[in-house]
Design a binder for this molecule. Structure first.
Ligand SMILES: Cc1ncc(C[n+]2csc(CCOP(=O)(O)OP(=O)(O)O)c2C)c(N)n1
Ligand SMILES: [Mg+2]
Length: 343
Protein backbone atom coordinates (compact mmCIF):
# COMPACT_ATOMS: atom_id res chain seq x y z
CA UNK A 1 0.00 0.00 0.00
CA UNK A 2 1.53 3.35 -1.02
CA UNK A 3 1.48 6.19 1.45
CA UNK A 4 0.15 9.29 -0.24
CA UNK A 5 -0.32 12.80 1.07
CA UNK A 6 -4.02 13.37 1.40
CA UNK A 7 -6.17 16.21 2.64
CA UNK A 8 -9.78 16.09 3.89
CA UNK A 9 -12.27 15.55 1.09
CA UNK A 10 -13.83 18.80 -0.08
CA UNK A 11 -17.42 19.15 1.12
CA UNK A 12 -19.39 19.68 -2.10
CA UNK A 13 -22.78 19.75 -0.33
CA UNK A 14 -22.68 23.55 0.03
CA UNK A 15 -21.47 24.24 -3.50
CA UNK A 16 -23.70 26.43 -5.64
CA UNK A 17 -23.30 25.55 -9.31
CA UNK A 18 -25.96 25.51 -12.02
CA UNK A 19 -26.32 23.18 -14.98
CA UNK A 20 -24.80 25.51 -17.55
CA UNK A 21 -21.73 26.14 -15.44
CA UNK A 22 -21.31 22.45 -14.55
CA UNK A 23 -21.44 21.41 -18.18
CA UNK A 24 -19.03 24.18 -19.15
CA UNK A 25 -16.42 22.84 -16.68
CA UNK A 26 -17.10 19.24 -17.69
CA UNK A 27 -16.73 20.07 -21.39
CA UNK A 28 -13.48 21.91 -20.80
CA UNK A 29 -11.96 18.94 -18.95
CA UNK A 30 -13.11 16.51 -21.66
CA UNK A 31 -11.63 18.80 -24.30
CA UNK A 32 -8.29 18.77 -22.46
CA UNK A 33 -8.30 14.99 -22.08
CA UNK A 34 -9.34 14.09 -25.61
CA UNK A 35 -7.01 16.65 -27.14
CA UNK A 36 -4.04 15.16 -25.30
CA UNK A 37 -5.00 11.58 -26.18
CA UNK A 38 -5.07 12.65 -29.82
CA UNK A 39 -1.67 14.32 -29.43
CA UNK A 40 -0.18 11.05 -28.21
CA UNK A 41 -1.59 9.28 -31.25
CA UNK A 42 -0.30 11.92 -33.66
CA UNK A 43 3.15 11.99 -32.01
CA UNK A 44 3.57 8.23 -32.28
CA UNK A 45 2.41 8.42 -35.91
CA UNK A 46 5.23 10.90 -36.56
CA UNK A 47 3.04 13.94 -37.24
CA UNK A 48 4.64 16.14 -34.59
CA UNK A 49 8.21 16.50 -33.46
CA UNK A 50 10.31 17.54 -30.49
CA UNK A 51 9.29 17.23 -26.88
CA UNK A 52 5.59 16.89 -26.16
CA UNK A 53 4.46 16.99 -22.51
CA UNK A 54 0.90 15.90 -21.90
CA UNK A 55 -1.49 17.00 -19.14
CA UNK A 56 -3.70 13.90 -18.69
CA UNK A 57 -4.93 13.69 -15.09
CA UNK A 58 -4.36 17.36 -14.24
CA UNK A 59 -7.44 18.74 -16.07
CA UNK A 60 -9.32 19.87 -12.95
CA UNK A 61 -6.51 22.35 -12.26
CA UNK A 62 -6.60 24.06 -15.66
CA UNK A 63 -10.40 24.10 -15.89
CA UNK A 64 -11.01 24.91 -12.21
CA UNK A 65 -8.69 27.92 -12.25
CA UNK A 66 -8.88 29.34 -15.78
CA UNK A 67 -12.59 28.78 -16.33
CA UNK A 68 -13.25 30.60 -13.04
CA UNK A 69 -11.49 33.70 -14.41
CA UNK A 70 -12.68 36.14 -17.10
CA UNK A 71 -11.80 34.62 -20.47
CA UNK A 72 -9.96 36.93 -22.84
CA UNK A 73 -9.47 39.54 -20.13
CA UNK A 74 -7.44 37.87 -17.37
CA UNK A 75 -3.91 36.66 -18.08
CA UNK A 76 -2.68 33.07 -18.05
CA UNK A 77 0.98 32.03 -18.00
CA UNK A 78 2.02 28.44 -18.61
CA UNK A 79 4.96 26.07 -18.86
CA UNK A 80 6.03 23.49 -21.45
CA UNK A 81 2.95 21.45 -20.36
CA UNK A 82 0.79 24.09 -21.97
CA UNK A 83 -1.72 22.68 -24.49
CA UNK A 84 -4.56 22.35 -22.01
CA UNK A 85 -3.95 25.76 -20.42
CA UNK A 86 -4.22 27.20 -23.95
CA UNK A 87 -7.49 25.35 -24.58
CA UNK A 88 -9.00 26.47 -21.25
CA UNK A 89 -7.92 30.04 -22.12
CA UNK A 90 -10.09 29.82 -25.23
CA UNK A 91 -7.47 29.25 -27.93
CA UNK A 92 -9.34 27.16 -30.56
CA UNK A 93 -8.33 23.46 -30.58
CA UNK A 94 -7.49 23.64 -34.29
CA UNK A 95 -4.97 26.44 -33.67
CA UNK A 96 -3.31 24.50 -30.84
CA UNK A 97 -3.17 21.36 -32.99
CA UNK A 98 -1.79 23.29 -35.98
CA UNK A 99 0.91 24.74 -33.71
CA UNK A 100 1.87 21.21 -32.69
CA UNK A 101 2.17 20.31 -36.35
CA UNK A 102 4.38 23.40 -36.92
CA UNK A 103 1.91 24.92 -39.36
CA UNK A 104 1.47 28.60 -40.29
CA UNK A 105 -2.11 28.53 -38.91
CA UNK A 106 -0.94 27.59 -35.41
CA UNK A 107 -1.51 30.01 -32.54
CA UNK A 108 2.23 30.89 -32.58
CA UNK A 109 2.30 30.79 -36.40
CA UNK A 110 4.13 27.45 -36.32
CA UNK A 111 7.22 29.04 -34.74
CA UNK A 112 6.68 27.71 -31.24
CA UNK A 113 5.48 24.14 -31.30
CA UNK A 114 4.33 22.20 -28.27
CA UNK A 115 6.14 24.19 -25.57
CA UNK A 116 5.39 27.70 -26.84
CA UNK A 117 1.66 28.24 -27.18
CA UNK A 118 0.85 31.95 -27.25
CA UNK A 119 -2.18 34.09 -27.92
CA UNK A 120 -2.38 37.84 -27.40
CA UNK A 121 -6.12 37.68 -28.15
CA UNK A 122 -6.74 35.15 -25.39
CA UNK A 123 -4.27 36.77 -22.99
CA UNK A 124 -2.14 33.64 -22.95
CA UNK A 125 1.33 34.88 -22.04
CA UNK A 126 2.99 31.76 -23.36
CA UNK A 127 4.33 28.34 -22.63
CA UNK A 128 7.96 28.40 -21.39
CA UNK A 129 10.48 25.60 -21.76
CA UNK A 130 12.83 26.70 -18.98
CA UNK A 131 11.23 25.91 -15.67
CA UNK A 132 10.35 29.02 -13.68
CA UNK A 133 10.83 31.24 -16.74
CA UNK A 134 7.17 32.17 -16.89
CA UNK A 135 6.93 33.32 -13.28
CA UNK A 136 8.60 36.74 -13.76
CA UNK A 137 6.61 37.23 -16.98
CA UNK A 138 3.35 36.61 -15.12
CA UNK A 139 4.55 38.89 -12.34
CA UNK A 140 5.07 41.64 -14.92
CA UNK A 141 1.52 41.22 -16.23
CA UNK A 142 0.17 41.46 -12.68
CA UNK A 143 2.38 44.50 -12.03
CA UNK A 144 0.94 46.36 -15.01
CA UNK A 145 -2.61 45.63 -13.76
CA UNK A 146 -1.74 47.13 -10.39
CA UNK A 147 0.12 50.07 -11.99
CA UNK A 148 -2.74 50.97 -14.30
CA UNK A 149 -5.19 50.89 -11.45
CA UNK A 150 -3.22 52.55 -8.69
CA UNK A 151 -0.82 54.84 -10.54
CA UNK A 152 -2.58 55.67 -13.80
CA UNK A 153 -5.96 55.89 -12.05
CA UNK A 154 -7.79 53.37 -14.27
CA UNK A 155 -9.94 52.41 -11.29
CA UNK A 156 -12.10 49.79 -13.04
CA UNK A 157 -9.01 47.93 -14.27
CA UNK A 158 -9.10 44.73 -12.22
CA UNK A 159 -7.39 42.13 -14.42
CA UNK A 160 -6.01 39.07 -12.62
CA UNK A 161 -3.11 36.80 -13.69
CA UNK A 162 -2.85 33.05 -13.12
CA UNK A 163 0.66 31.60 -13.26
CA UNK A 164 1.03 27.81 -13.50
CA UNK A 165 4.12 25.76 -12.68
CA UNK A 166 5.15 22.42 -11.20
CA UNK A 167 6.38 21.18 -7.82
CA UNK A 168 9.97 20.87 -9.09
CA UNK A 169 9.91 24.52 -10.17
CA UNK A 170 9.23 25.71 -6.62
CA UNK A 171 12.86 24.91 -5.78
CA UNK A 172 14.07 27.49 -8.32
CA UNK A 173 15.03 31.05 -7.45
CA UNK A 174 12.41 32.85 -9.55
CA UNK A 175 9.70 31.32 -7.41
CA UNK A 176 11.00 32.90 -4.20
CA UNK A 177 11.93 36.26 -5.72
CA UNK A 178 8.59 36.67 -7.46
CA UNK A 179 6.54 35.61 -4.45
CA UNK A 180 8.33 38.26 -2.42
CA UNK A 181 7.64 41.04 -4.92
CA UNK A 182 4.03 39.96 -5.50
CA UNK A 183 3.32 40.10 -1.77
CA UNK A 184 5.26 43.33 -1.28
CA UNK A 185 3.28 45.13 -4.00
CA UNK A 186 -0.01 43.26 -3.37
CA UNK A 187 -0.18 42.15 -6.99
CA UNK A 188 -3.35 40.52 -8.40
CA UNK A 189 -1.83 37.12 -9.15
CA UNK A 190 -2.52 33.44 -8.43
CA UNK A 191 0.59 31.26 -8.20
CA UNK A 192 -0.79 27.84 -9.07
CA UNK A 193 1.51 24.94 -8.26
CA UNK A 194 0.63 21.72 -10.03
CA UNK A 195 2.16 19.32 -7.53
CA UNK A 196 2.12 16.06 -9.46
CA UNK A 197 4.78 14.55 -7.16
CA UNK A 198 7.47 14.34 -9.84
CA UNK A 199 9.94 16.54 -11.67
CA UNK A 200 10.81 14.26 -14.59
CA UNK A 201 12.28 11.32 -12.56
CA UNK A 202 12.93 13.25 -9.33
CA UNK A 203 10.41 12.55 -6.56
CA UNK A 204 9.22 15.72 -4.84
CA UNK A 205 10.05 14.46 -1.32
CA UNK A 206 13.66 13.85 -2.39
CA UNK A 207 14.10 17.38 -3.74
CA UNK A 208 12.22 19.66 -1.34
CA UNK A 209 13.11 20.34 2.31
CA UNK A 210 9.51 21.43 2.91
CA UNK A 211 7.25 19.23 0.80
CA UNK A 212 4.05 21.11 1.67
CA UNK A 213 4.55 23.91 -0.82
CA UNK A 214 1.56 26.03 0.21
CA UNK A 215 3.30 26.66 3.55
CA UNK A 216 5.97 28.66 1.74
CA UNK A 217 3.38 31.45 1.28
CA UNK A 218 3.47 32.33 4.98
CA UNK A 219 7.07 33.57 4.96
CA UNK A 220 6.02 36.21 2.41
CA UNK A 221 2.89 37.10 4.44
CA UNK A 222 0.85 35.64 1.63
CA UNK A 223 -2.28 33.49 1.66
CA UNK A 224 -1.49 29.86 0.84
CA UNK A 225 -3.88 26.97 0.23
CA UNK A 226 -3.54 23.26 -0.40
CA UNK A 227 -6.32 21.79 -2.50
CA UNK A 228 -7.32 18.44 -3.98
CA UNK A 229 -6.28 19.00 -7.58
CA UNK A 230 -8.31 16.01 -8.76
CA UNK A 231 -11.56 17.60 -7.55
CA UNK A 232 -12.89 20.26 -9.94
CA UNK A 233 -15.22 21.76 -7.34
CA UNK A 234 -12.45 22.05 -4.75
CA UNK A 235 -10.16 23.82 -7.22
CA UNK A 236 -13.00 26.11 -8.37
CA UNK A 237 -13.76 27.02 -4.75
CA UNK A 238 -10.19 28.02 -3.93
CA UNK A 239 -9.84 29.80 -7.30
CA UNK A 240 -12.95 31.89 -6.70
CA UNK A 241 -11.63 33.02 -3.31
CA UNK A 242 -8.18 33.88 -4.67
CA UNK A 243 -9.55 35.68 -7.73
CA UNK A 244 -11.92 37.76 -5.57
CA UNK A 245 -9.04 38.74 -3.27
CA UNK A 246 -6.85 39.67 -6.23
CA UNK A 247 -9.59 41.79 -7.86
CA UNK A 248 -10.25 43.55 -4.56
CA UNK A 249 -6.59 44.61 -4.41
CA UNK A 250 -5.86 42.29 -1.49
CA UNK A 251 -2.88 40.68 -3.16
CA UNK A 252 -1.56 37.34 -4.35
CA UNK A 253 -2.36 33.75 -3.37
CA UNK A 254 -0.26 30.61 -3.53
CA UNK A 255 -2.39 27.59 -4.43
CA UNK A 256 -0.84 24.15 -4.17
CA UNK A 257 -2.93 21.65 -6.10
CA UNK A 258 -2.31 17.98 -5.32
CA UNK A 259 -2.53 16.29 -8.67
CA UNK A 260 -0.95 13.60 -10.84
CA UNK A 261 0.06 13.17 -14.44
CA UNK A 262 -1.32 9.93 -15.84
CA UNK A 263 1.41 9.68 -18.47
CA UNK A 264 5.19 9.90 -18.41
CA UNK A 265 6.98 13.26 -18.15
CA UNK A 266 6.94 13.62 -21.93
CA UNK A 267 6.00 11.29 -24.75
CA UNK A 268 9.68 10.30 -24.93
CA UNK A 269 9.54 9.00 -21.32
CA UNK A 270 8.88 5.25 -20.98
CA UNK A 271 7.51 5.99 -17.46
CA UNK A 272 9.17 3.04 -15.75
CA UNK A 273 10.18 4.80 -12.52
CA UNK A 274 6.86 5.34 -10.83
CA UNK A 275 5.40 2.61 -8.65
CA UNK A 276 2.35 0.94 -10.28
CA UNK A 277 0.55 1.13 -6.91
CA UNK A 278 1.05 4.90 -6.88
CA UNK A 279 -0.36 5.19 -10.40
CA UNK A 280 -3.34 3.08 -9.44
CA UNK A 281 -4.03 5.26 -6.37
CA UNK A 282 -4.18 8.40 -8.49
CA UNK A 283 -5.90 6.88 -11.52
CA UNK A 284 -8.83 6.10 -9.22
CA UNK A 285 -9.19 9.86 -8.63
CA UNK A 286 -9.69 10.70 -12.32
CA UNK A 287 -11.13 14.25 -12.21
CA UNK A 288 -13.42 13.78 -15.21
CA UNK A 289 -14.98 10.59 -13.89
CA UNK A 290 -15.40 12.16 -10.43
CA UNK A 291 -17.03 15.32 -11.70
CA UNK A 292 -19.23 13.41 -14.18
CA UNK A 293 -20.45 11.32 -11.23
CA UNK A 294 -21.17 14.47 -9.20
CA UNK A 295 -23.25 15.81 -12.09
CA UNK A 296 -25.30 12.65 -12.53
CA UNK A 297 -25.61 11.82 -8.79
CA UNK A 298 -26.96 15.31 -8.13
CA UNK A 299 -29.24 15.09 -11.18
CA UNK A 300 -27.70 18.21 -12.71
CA UNK A 301 -27.61 16.44 -16.08
CA UNK A 302 -28.01 12.90 -17.37
CA UNK A 303 -25.30 10.49 -18.51
CA UNK A 304 -26.74 10.84 -22.03
CA UNK A 305 -26.15 14.60 -21.92
CA UNK A 306 -22.55 14.03 -20.84
CA UNK A 307 -22.09 11.43 -23.58
CA UNK A 308 -23.35 13.98 -26.10
CA UNK A 309 -20.64 16.40 -24.93
CA UNK A 310 -17.97 13.69 -25.28
CA UNK A 311 -19.18 13.03 -28.83
CA UNK A 312 -19.19 16.72 -29.74
CA UNK A 313 -15.63 17.17 -28.47
CA UNK A 314 -14.45 14.06 -30.27
CA UNK A 315 -15.74 15.52 -33.54
CA UNK A 316 -14.10 18.89 -32.77
CA UNK A 317 -10.74 17.20 -32.29
CA UNK A 318 -11.05 15.27 -35.52
CA UNK A 319 -11.71 18.60 -37.25
CA UNK A 320 -8.67 20.10 -35.51
CA UNK A 321 -6.46 17.33 -36.91
CA UNK A 322 -7.87 17.79 -40.41
CA UNK A 323 -7.29 21.53 -40.15
CA UNK A 324 -3.71 21.02 -38.96
CA UNK A 325 -2.96 18.41 -41.64
CA UNK A 326 -4.30 20.55 -44.48
CA UNK A 327 -2.70 23.82 -43.29
CA UNK A 328 0.42 25.18 -45.03
CA UNK A 329 3.91 25.17 -43.55
CA UNK A 330 5.22 28.65 -42.63
CA UNK A 331 6.75 30.26 -45.71
CA UNK A 332 10.56 30.25 -45.66
CA UNK A 333 10.64 33.88 -46.79
CA UNK A 334 8.89 34.84 -43.54
CA UNK A 335 11.55 33.42 -41.28
CA UNK A 336 12.41 36.78 -39.71
CA UNK A 337 8.81 37.88 -39.17
CA UNK A 338 7.22 38.02 -35.72
CA UNK A 339 10.56 38.49 -34.01
CA UNK A 340 9.60 41.99 -32.87
CA UNK A 341 6.26 43.19 -31.56
CA UNK A 342 5.68 45.48 -34.58
CA UNK A 343 5.10 42.42 -36.76
C1 LIG B 1 15.91 26.06 -15.86
C2 LIG B 1 15.67 24.64 -16.24
N1 LIG B 1 16.36 23.66 -15.63
C3 LIG B 1 16.13 22.37 -15.95
C4 LIG B 1 15.19 22.05 -16.91
C5 LIG B 1 14.95 20.58 -17.26
N2 LIG B 1 13.59 20.22 -16.84
C6 LIG B 1 12.59 20.10 -17.74
S1 LIG B 1 11.15 19.67 -17.00
C7 LIG B 1 11.87 19.58 -15.48
C8 LIG B 1 11.07 19.15 -14.28
C9 LIG B 1 10.05 20.11 -13.83
O1 LIG B 1 9.17 19.50 -12.94
P1 LIG B 1 7.92 20.23 -12.37
O2 LIG B 1 8.21 21.67 -12.11
O3 LIG B 1 7.42 19.45 -11.21
O4 LIG B 1 6.85 20.19 -13.57
P2 LIG B 1 6.10 18.94 -14.23
O5 LIG B 1 6.92 18.49 -15.39
O6 LIG B 1 5.95 17.89 -13.20
O7 LIG B 1 4.80 19.50 -14.71
C10 LIG B 1 13.22 19.91 -15.56
C11 LIG B 1 14.12 19.93 -14.40
C12 LIG B 1 14.50 23.10 -17.53
N3 LIG B 1 13.58 22.87 -18.46
N4 LIG B 1 14.74 24.37 -17.18
MG1 LIG C 1 5.96 17.97 -11.14
Amino acid sequence: MVKERTIPKFDSSKVKINKEESLMYYEDMVLGRMFEDKCAEMYYRGRMFGFVHLYNGQEAVSSGIIKSMRPGEDYVCSTYRDHVHALSSGVPAKEVMAELFGKATGCSKGRGGSMHMFSAEHKLLGGYAFIGEGIPVALGAAYQSMYRRKVLGETDFDQVTACFFGDGTTNNGQFFECLNMAALWKLPILFVVENNKWAIGMAHERAASQTEIYKKASVFNMEGYEVDGMDLLAVRDVAQKAIARARAGEGPTLIETLTYRFRGHSLADPDELRDPAEKEFWNAKDPIIQFGKYITDNKIATREELDAIDKKINALIEEAVEFAESSPEPDGSELYRYVFADD
